[in-house]
Design a protein. Structure first.
Length: 76
């Protein structure tokens, strides 16, 4: 068994309200603090579908400012 690859992406943007974290990867979900920004709420749902389709996982951590996303993918 091989060790999976983990990709980490951190930003210092507007962050994710803690109450939105459970819904973040749902289609068309937009955070309560994202109304002033363009988007359809599909991006993270697409990321999750692609990563899970390859046998991986996607996770998010709320930070004081911004967010941290981790994608874990198997090597084989």
């Amino acid at each position: 068994m091989t060790t999976p690859v983990t990709l980490t992406e951190e930003d210092t943007g507007i962050g994710i309200p803690p109450g939105d974290v459970p819904h973040l990867f749902s289609r068309f979900h937009r955070g309560r603090n994202a109304a002033a920004y363009p988007g359809s709420g599909l991006g993270l749902a697409i990321v999750k579908a692609i990563v899970e389709g390859h046998g991986g996982q996607v996770m998010v951590e709320h930070q004081r400012q911004g967010a941290c996303f981790r994608l874990r993918l198997p090597l084989a």
